[in-house]
Design a protein around this ligand. Sequence first.
Ligand SMILES: Nc1ncnc2c1ncn2[C@@H]1O[C@H](COP(=O)(O)OP(=O)(O)OP(=O)(O)O)[C@@H](O)[C@H]1O
Length: 233
Amino acid sequence: MADLATTAPLIRATGLRKSFGPTEALRGIDLDIDRGEVVAVMGPSGSGKSTLIHCLAGVLTPDAGDVTINGTELGRLDADARARLRLKEIGFVFQFGQLLPDLTAVDNVALPLLMGGASRRAARAESYAWLERLGLGDQGDKFPGQMSGGQAQRVAIARALATRPTVLFADEPTGSLDSVAAESVLETMLDVVREARTTVLLITHDPRTAAYADREVIVRDGRLSGSALVGRS
Ligand SMILES: Nc1ncnc2c1ncn2[C@@H]1O[C@H](COP(=O)(O)OP(=O)(O)OP(=O)(O)O)[C@@H](O)[C@H]1O
């Protein structure tokens, strides 16, 4: 018999609804994401993409519906347990990396490892290894203000991956970069996540970015309006 743990979707969302006052941001979303899948989330501005990934990540609580990640139903967890699950299973990257400006690149990447209980020495060694993987082996001692936008986004990606999350949620991670830098950052990120078999949900407005994914889902007016397999190069 097939092993349920490996054949069940890594993330299953059913009947997700979320309103902000009178605005119905999500109007009933069902979505399965397989382990190791890279999914591009597309759709017009205001259609509900960020709300969707925030509900999937347990940052927002949906008004109705359920999210299960790696066998754990988020709705059954209290706030502390959800925060622990996020720390263990989930990484985030945003359009502007949100690095701490007073910490060097290596210390930014080390931060979540220290929060997870690693020693300072181990956290720094691990951080240098992640920066190396993201092509920044010689940039670890720089502060974010001394780096290019592309370098800073690579540091943010290294920080998100350093805890070895099961899922990476990326909200326009290259949206602030020019197209050459965006492509290079994206290619590096996807090489690293595919090697680690990290599952990725990637919000993007850019079809060229979406073409790197295994699958595109399209959110319109709070509903999924399409889902297509994208040819992986
Ligand atoms: N905290 C909030 N308070 C009130 N309304 C909100 C809040 N967050 C989102 N909304 C509304 O919910 C709808 C969906 O927003 P959401 O940010 O999910 O869209 P999006 O598709 O990610 O947009 P964009 O591509 O512009 O980032 C929008 O109408 C937005 O104004």
